[in-house]
Design a protein around this ligand. Structure first.
Ligand SMILES: Cc1cc2nc3c(=O)[nH]c(=O)nc-3n(C[C@H](O)[C@H](O)[C@H](O)COP(=O)(O)OP(=O)(O)OC[C@H]3O[C@@H](n4cnc5c(N)ncnc54)[C@H](O)[C@@H]3O)c2cc1C
Length: 487
C-alpha cells in the first residue's frame, strides 16, 4: 500500500484544486486525440446538463445503508477531517510510547473502532470477506488489498508471494462476481534496490539505443520519447549474475501469482509506485501480459499515473503495441500518489519536474487517458479500471462510455475507489449500472497504522476530500428524520 501517501497529496493539493461545487461554472473539455467534446455545467453539487450519475436523490443513493451506518460514517468523516484530532492522532500513533504495550494496546483499541473500521476491511481475510459481502449487497465489488510492506530481500519476497497467492485462493470462495480483482505491489515481491537498478538500465538504454541489456525481453514499450531520464547520468553497471538471477526470480513470482489468478478467474491489478522504480515494474507487468493477456480480456493490468507529463504517450504507445501483438491491454488509471517525492527528486537532480505544472493539467490528462482507454475498450482493444475519487472524472467517463455505446456491464470498463472514500461516487456509479469496486485494505491494526495515518492526512481539513460526502450524508439523515417524524 506504499503509494497511498496522503501527506504528499495534501501538501500540494491547495496549490490549485479544481473549483468544484462553487456556483455555476462552465467546463469545456476537449479530449486529446479523442472524439469527445463534452460541455458540462455545474451548479452546486449537481451537474445540470447530464443526469447520468444521480447524486441528488439520497433516498436512492443510500438505499440499503442503515441510518446507524450513515451516522457512524458521518462521525468518522468528521473525525478524520478535523485537523486538531488528526494532528493529535498522528502524534500519538507515531510516538515512541507506542513501543510500550501499556500505551499501545488502548490506543490501537481506540483506532480500531474509529479510523480503522472506516478505512479498513478487517484484520484478516475472514473479516475482510464479511465486509466484502456487505458491500456486495449494495452492488459494490471488492478488491482484496492485503497490507504488505516493501521487500528488501528474496526471503521476504517469497513470504509475501505466499500471502498474496493465499488471498487469491481464498477470494475465490467468496460469492461469485463479488471479487473483481486481486492486487499486488511489485515492491513486495521484488527487492526495491533491484527495481531501481533495472529502471536505471532501461532508462539508459532508452537514451542510448546501442546499449545492450542481455536479460531484456522483447515487450511493449515502457518509456516514451518524452519520458524523463534524469534519474541516470552515467552508464549504469550491468546487472551482476546474482542480480540477473534475482530478476528471474521476481519474474517467476509474478508469473506464479498470475497463474493463481488465472486458475481462480480473478484478474490482477499491479500498483504503480514512484518513478525511480516504475520502469522496472512496467517492464515486469508487460512481460507477464505477453504470457497471460492472450484472451479477449486481460488478466494482468498495470497502472498509469496521470500526474506524470509522459502518462498519455506511454499509455498510447503500450496500448497500440499490445494491439499489434494481438494481446489485450489492461490498465488501472490513477492520478498518482508520490507527488512531492517526484518533485523533490527532480529538483535535487536539477531536472524539471516530471509532474504536470498544475492540478488542472493533471485532471485534463486523467480525463484524456480515460477517454483514450474507453475508445480502446469500445473497439475491443483494451480494458480500463478508472481508480479515482474525483466526481468530475467519474461523470465525464460515464458520459463518454455512454456516448461510445459501451455497455455498462462490459468488464472492459470498471471504476474503483478506496473503502471509506468517495462512497457517493461509488454508489452513484453503481446505481447508474456501472461495475464499481472498493479497494479493501485489510490486516492487523498495528500493521495498517501507516496506511491509516495517510488516509487521515489525505482527508484532513473541513474542505478536504470528504466535504461532499458529509454534505450528502447529512442531507439524507435529515430527510430520514423528517420522514419518520411525518413531516
Ligand atoms: C482504487 C485506487 C487505486 C489506486 N492505486 C494507486 C497506485 O497504484 N499508484 C498510485 O500512485 N496511486 C494510486 N491511487 C491513489 C491515486 O493516485 C490518488 O492519489 C488518489 O486517488 C487521489 O486522486 P483522485 O483521482 O481520487 O483525484 P482527486 O480527489 O481529484 O485528487 C487529486 C489529487 O491529485 C493531486 N495532484 C495531482 N497532480 C497535481 C498537480 N499537478 N498539482 C497539484 N496537485 C496535484 C492533488 O494533491 C489532489 O489532491 C489509487 C487510488 C484508488 C482510488
Amino acid at each position: 500500500m506504499a503509494w497511498r501517501t496522503g501527506r504528499e497529496i495534501s501538501k500540494l493539493s491547495d496549490a490549485g484544486s479544481r473549483p468544484r461545487f462553487q456556483g455555476l461554472t462552465k467546463t469545456i473539455l476537449t479530449m486529446r486525440g479523442s472524439t469527445t467534446k463534452a460541455e458540462l455545467y455545474s451548479n452546486g453539487d449537481q451537474r445540470i446538463t447530464d443526469n447520468i450519475l444521480q447524486t441528488s436523490n439520497g433516498e436512492l443513493l443510500y438505499a440499503g445503508v442503515t441510518s446507524k451506518e450513515l451516522l457512524r460514517t458521518l462521525c468518522n468523516l468528521h473525525l478524520v477531517g478535523y485537523e486538531p484530532v488528526v494532528d493529535a492522532s498522528i502524534k500519538v500513533l507515531t510516538s515512541p510510547l507506542m513501543q510500550s504495550a501499556l500505551f499501545r494496546v488502548p490506543v490501537l483499541q481506540a483506532v480500531k473502532y474509529t479510523a480503522y473500521s472506516h478505512f479498513c476491511a478487517g484484520e484478516n481475510i475472514a473479516e475482510a470477506s464479511t465486509t466484502l459481502k456487505n458491500m456486495w449487497k449494495l452492488g459494490l465489488r471488492g478488491i482484496m488489498d492485503y497490507g504488505l510492506e516493501d521487500a528488501t530481500d528474496s526471503q521476504s519476497c517469497d513470504k509475501n508471494l505466499t500471502d498474496f497467492v493465499n488471498v487469491v485462493h481464498q477470494s475465490a470462495v467468496l460469492p461469485s462476481g463479488s471479487v473483481s480483482f486481486a492486487c499486488v505491489k511489485i515492491t513486495a515481491i521484488c527487492p526495491i534496490q533491484l527495481l531501481e537498478r533495472v529502471s536505471n538500465l532501461l532508462r539508459w538504454q532508452h537514451k542510448n539505443a546501442k546499449f545492450k541489456l542481455p536479460w531484456r525481453q522483447e515487450v511493449m514499450p515502457v518509456l516514451a520519447n518524452s519520458s524523463p531520464t534524469y534519474h541516470v547520468k552515467v552508464a549504469p553497471e550491468p546487472l551482476t549474475r546474482e542480480e540477473e538471477n534475482d530478476l528471474s526470480l521476481a519474474h517467476l513470482r509474478l508469473w506464479k501469482l498470475c497463474e493463481a489468478c488465472d486458475q481462480e478467474g480473478v484478474p490482477l491489478l499491479v500498483d504503480a509506485e514512484y518513478s525511480s522504480v516504475q520502469p522496472a515494474i512496467d517492464y515486469m507487468v508487460h512481460a507477464a501480459a505477453l504470457d497471460f493477456n492472450k484472451g479477449s480480456q486481460p488478466l494482468v493490468y498495470g497502472t498509469i499515473q496521470a500526474y506524470l507529463k509522459d502518462a498519455f504517450p506511454r499509455l498510447s504507445l503500450a496500448a497500440k503495441d499490445a494491439s499489434k501483438r494481438g494481446i489485450s491491454y489492461g490498465v488501472k488509471l490513477v492520478r498518482g500518489a508520490y507527488l512531492s517525492r517526484e518533485v523533490e527528486l527532480a529538483s535535487s537532480l536539477h531536472a524539471p519536474s516530471p509532474i504536470h505544472k498544475n492540478i488542472e493539467e493533471t485532471h485534463s490528462c486523467y480525463d484524456s487517458c480515460a477517454a483514450f482507454m474507453l475508445e480502446q475498450a469500445a473497439c475491443g482493444d483494451g480494458s480500463v479500471v478508472l481508480a479515482t475519487h474525483n466526481m468530475d472524472s467519474g461523470r465525464i467517463a460515464a458520459l463518454k462510455a455512454e456516448e461510445l455505446g459501451l455497455s455498462k456491464e462490459d468488464p472492459r470498463l470498471q471504476f474503483a475507489q478506496l473503502k471509506g472514500m468517495a462512497d457517493v461516487l461509488s454508489l452513484a456509479l453503481t446505481h447508474a449500472g456501472f461495475r464499481v469496486s472498493k479497494y479493501l485494505a485489510f490486516g492487523p491494526v498495528y500493521q495498517v497504522v501507516p496506511y491509516l495515518v495517510r488516509r487521515a492526512q489525505e482527508n484532513r481539513g473541513l474542505l478536504g476530500n470528504t466535504a461532499l460526502e458529509r454534505q450528502f450524508i447529512r442531507r439524507e439523515l435529515r430527510r430520514r428524520l423528517q420522514e419518520s417524524a411525518g413531516l
